[in-house]
Design a protein around this ligand. Structure first.
Ligand code: ATP
Ligand code: MG
Length: 767
């Protein structure tokens, strides 16, 4: 095996770097991931045993690809290598060291959906309003405290904040996890660190074991992950990290770009390698990408060049609404060769928030384009998948109360919440199998309900004793528990069309679940030599499901257009790419404050740099906030303002629409993206201020945008504010522009600055 094949001199140097701390810090598409894979090949070639190498990727999908590449090059020789995400690697360590970590060996990993259910339950018990404190944000914050640095952990939360709520429910939340014998995602990172502190001998074992630790996408590590790398590498001092500070896009989830920027200081004697040739994108695409980043704040100066042809100009489409936008982008992709010379499998459209996929899906269906929505974790959150997973969990651990409560009445068995009260014991959370047995023995339940419960318990016992792999077990669960008959009944007999559709989707979901289980079985036989029929396989399968990340597609359908969020697109590449919703309110996202604006810019950079040959950006003048009737008007993204036609070809009318956003409008928020919810919640939760009927505010209090002030607009130039109306987000100003005439603008979105501060100064930060 020639591990230096297809590498340029800079890349070779990095692959050949002597043992120690090495960092490859380089721009998008410069071959960082390739260097990391080749470094592993080199270590193996040098004779390092596979099980002494720990390679950490950002998604399970990336881990899978790396494993495949290694197996393709080395076959049996790659067996035993540790490749996975931080979460997967930590789960494996915890599983092996359960006792030292204070966990039972069969511990469960709760998916995000399950954790959310727990948070909601804890909030309800403490009488905390979900309206004011979105449970997702509370859950994020509970997690952030577990995986942040010590100082942040001790920080006093602001009153009425999400943080304060998170702190309040944490004890109940942790108790519930413990009682369910479960850990959450953040525990996976925090628990090993705790264990290493308490049991230095366990740490020593892993320190000695992992001779070299390799980490991809280092810029998106959080403090806990960074510390894991630091402590685990202490014995051999060998870390090989690659990343790009321009691609840090998970700050809102607690990632710290500083981890990569401070690498040289933290790992003494670290060498830094830079790569400058981009092998991915055309000249036009790379030119735009460099200009987008050229405007960003603190960053490492990086040069990137490409020898690829200049290629087609990047286009920026303006459409009337999201439907037309989707249609126009797909049309452009087809014109550029998608579906013909470029297979659909090598194309993608990215968006900022999940709900944007709907318009794209509809447009793709209309045109008969094969597509897949890359959804990962969201698959696991589907009701039928969680039900089936709960059945599997019960087969491993009959005392899993959360799982039993979930499935006891699915399909319906006349065992609704009221009946369950007769079974539950005061002191136990949920209803366990044992409690159900006891209730039957003591005659606390009678009639049909009792018969059904007896049948369920017998079925579970029979299933548990089956020798079968996860795929067959799921099939048996579907048959023997009446779950399949229930779904089929709903598809045929339900009066509501919506129900019939939901049931049909559930049947699809169940099928996909079985397919995923089959793929899993094939893999563990080949790679780990584990029998699919063993108890271990059942546990590993559930673990894999729970660990699925955003970018991990279950049944990776090839040959289809991929639809995914910009966050999920990291590290990937496609021949032709569309990015929709490149506009104020989405990119940058509605509530971005100064600090996160740079992150929003990086997100656009990540999207742009995924494209190899063709790239089309777009925005829609009118967009419907999810599920609401009102639509709102918006304008093109500030990140593309002022870029000339040599960089970007504008198509359509890009002038901002003149409609006013409805008062009190908020930018759409996706359920999965809660980073601004904190700010929202603080606003909502603040003690109500007395509304003054006629606000007598002095001009000084209105800052630089009081009536009479001279202002500068990025497009319209100089003008004078004539009037100002409304408060907060709904504030509008009427401006008389010297050249563009009178305009009414929403202050929050208008690129206005005080006239004497220059074009880029103080962009309406005062509001
Ligand atoms: P990102 O920052 O997006 O993660 P990256 O720096 O990890 O990008 P890779 O994905 O490793 O970049 O490489 C980008 C593309 O360039 C891939 O298709 C890869 O196969 C190709 N490539 C990398 N190095 C070379 C090389 N020396 N010769 C030819 N192609 C290369
Ligand atoms: Mg990469």
């Amino acid at each position: 095996m020639d591990y230096l094949e297809n590498l340029n001199p800079q890349q070779k140097e990095a692959v050949l770097a002597p043992p120690g701390a090495n960092l490859v810090l380089a721009g998008a598409g410069s071959g960082k991931t390739r260097v990391l894979v080749h470094r592993v090949l080199r270590l193996l070639d040098d004779g390092m045993a596979p099980n002494r190498i720990l390679a950490i990727t950002f998604t399970n999908k990336a881990a899978g690809e790396m494993r495949e590449r290694l197996f393709a090059s080395l076959g049996e020789g790659a067996k035993g290598i540790w490749v996975g995400t931080f979460h997967a690697v930590c789960a494996r360590i915890l599983r092996a060291e359960a006792e030292a970590a204070g966990l039972s060996p069969g511990f469960t990993i709760f998916s995000r959906g399950e954790c959310l259910t727990l948070v909601k339950r804890c909030m309800a018990a403490a009488n905390i309003s979900e309206e004011r404190y979105p449970p997702r944000s509370v859950l994020d914050q509970v997690g952030r405290r577990k995986t942040s640095s010590a100082e942040a952990e001790d920080a006093e939360p602001a009153p009425f904040s999400i943080d304060a709520t998170a702190l309040k429910i944490t004890p109940a939340y942790e108790r519930a996890l413990r009682e369910a014998g479960a850990v959450d995602f953040d525990d996976l990172l925090a628990r090993p660190l705790q264990m290493f502190r308490r049991h230095p001998e366990v740490l020593r074992k892993y320190q000695e074991r992992f001779e070299e630790i390799l980490v991809d996408e280092y810029q998106d590590t959080n403090p806990a992950q960074d510390e894991l790398v630091a402590v685990l590498s202490r014995a051999h001092g060998r870390v090989f990290a690659v990343g790009d500070d321009d691609q840090g896009i998970y700050g809102w989830r607690g990632a710290r770009v500083e981890n990569i920027l401070d690498f040289e200081r933290r790992f003494a004697g670290a060498r830094v390698f830079r790569l400058e040739e981009n092998y991915r994108s055309s000249g036009a695409i790379l030119g735009l990408a460099s200009r987008i980043m050229g405007e960003a704040g603190a960053r490492h100066e990086k040069r990137l060049f490409t020898r690829k042809p200049q290629g087609e100009a990047v286009c920026y489409l303006a459409a009337a609404n999201a439907e037309e936008e989707a249609e126009a982008v797909l049309k452009r992709l087809i014109e550029s060769g998608a579906g013909g010379e470029i297979p659909w499998g090598d194309t993608a459209v990215f968006y900022r928030i999940n709900t944007q996929s709907r318009a794209l899906e509809e447009a793709a269906r209309r045109r008969g384009i094969p597509y897949q929505v890359v959804k990962g974790q969201r698959f696991f959150d589907r009701a039928e998948v969680q039900d089936l997973a709960a059945y599997l969990r019960l087969l491993i651990r009959p005392d899993d109360g959360a799982a039993f409560s979930r499935i006891v009445n699915r399909p319906p068995r006349g065992l609704g919440p009221e009946r369950l009260k007769a079974i539950a014991r005061e002191d136990a959370p949920g209803v366990t199998t044992a409690a159900a047995e006891a209730a039957l023995d003591e005659g606390r339940l009678r009639g049909n309900a009792a018969e059904n419960l007896r049948l369920l318990l017998d079925t579970l016992k029979a299933l548990a004793s089956l020798r079968a792999g996860p795929a067959r077990l799921i099939e048996e669960v579907l048959e023997r528990t009446g779950y399949r008959a229930w779904m089929e009944g709903a598809v045929r007999g339900s009066a509501s069309a919506e129900r019939r559709r939901a049931a049909a989707r559930a049947m699809e979901g169940a099928k996909e679940f079985i397919a995923a289980a089959r793929a899993f079985e094939a893999r563990i036989i080949e790679e780990e030599g584990v029998s699919p029929e063993s108890d271990e396989a059942r546990t590993l399968f559930l673990e894999e499901l729970a660990l699925m990340g955003e970018a991990d597609e279950l049944s990776g359908e090839s040959g289809a257009l991929s639809l995914m969020t910009l966050h999920a697109a990291k590290g990937l590449e496609f021949a032709a790419v569309g990015v929709v919703g490149v506009q104020e309110g989405l990119i940058p996202h509605g509530r971005s404050k100064d600090a996160s604006l740079d992150e929003e810019r990086r997100l656009l950079y990540v999207g742009v740099t995924r494209a190899k040959r063709f790239l089309c950006l777009s925005w829609a003048k009118e967009r419907r906030p999810d599920g609401k009737k009102d639509s709102w008007a918006t304008q093109s993204s500030r990140f593309l303002d002022g870029l000339g036609s040599e960089l970007i070809k504008r198509v359509g009318d890009h002038a901002p629409p003149q409609r006013r956003a409805p008062r009190g409008f908020r930018a759409p928020r996706d359920a999965g993206d809660s980073r601004y919810a904190d700010i929202l919640a603080q606003e909502k939760a603040a003690p109500p201020r007395k509304e003054k009927s006629a606000p007598a505010v002095s001009p000084a209090a209105l800052g630089p945008f009081a009536p009479g002030a001279r202002v500068r607009h990025k497009k319209f130039g100089l003008g004078v504010i004539r009037a100002r109306e409304g408060t907060g987000d709904g504030t509008t100003v009427s401006v008389e522009f010297e050249n563009a005439g009178p305009r009414k603008l929403v202050l929050k979105y208008a690129p206005l600055s005080p006239a004497d501060e220059g074009v880029d100064g103080g962009e309406n930060r005062a509001v």
